[in-house]
Design a binder for this molecule. Structure first.
Ligand code: HEC
Length: 86
């Protein structure tokens, strides 16, 4: 048995496994209150990456889903790349 090697492989593999998928997170945690249309509506409220990040934090607080900082970053990244494009 080669435990150190298995451990090293697990360490190397974990970032890929844990890397949060922003779209999957949004689909899972955010569609209860609003669909994706809220990000593309003509009078959408976000005006910068900073306000977007704050809004995601605010909405996340309402979901009480315990998303990590990494999850939040992945969500902001996904929303920005797919919808806001700041
Ligand atoms: C408990 C209900 C609720 C949940 C769950 C929720 N939101 Fe929201 N969200 C709101 C409300 C209410 C608004 C404000 C809508 C308005 O201004 O008309 C909003 C607005 C937003 C906006 C701003 C849209 C704009 O005008 O540009 C973003 C971005 C957003 N939510 C992201 C998220 C994300 C990401 C999640 C999941 C982590 C989430 N929301 C989950 C209630 C929720």
């Amino acid at each position: 048995m080669n435990r150190p090697l298995a451990f090293a492989v697990a360490l190397l593999a974990s970032p890929a496994v844990l890397a949060a998928d922003g779209k999957a997170l949004v689909d899972r945690y955010c569609t209860g209150c609003h669909a994706d249309e809220v990000y593309t509506r003509p009078d959408r409220k976000m005006r910068s990456l900073d306000t977007l990040r704050l809004q995601v934090l605010r909405c996340n607080a309402m979901t009480k889903s315990g998303l990590t900082d990494e999850d939040i970053a992945a969500i902001v990244d996904h929303l920005n790349k797919s919808f806001y494009k700041f």
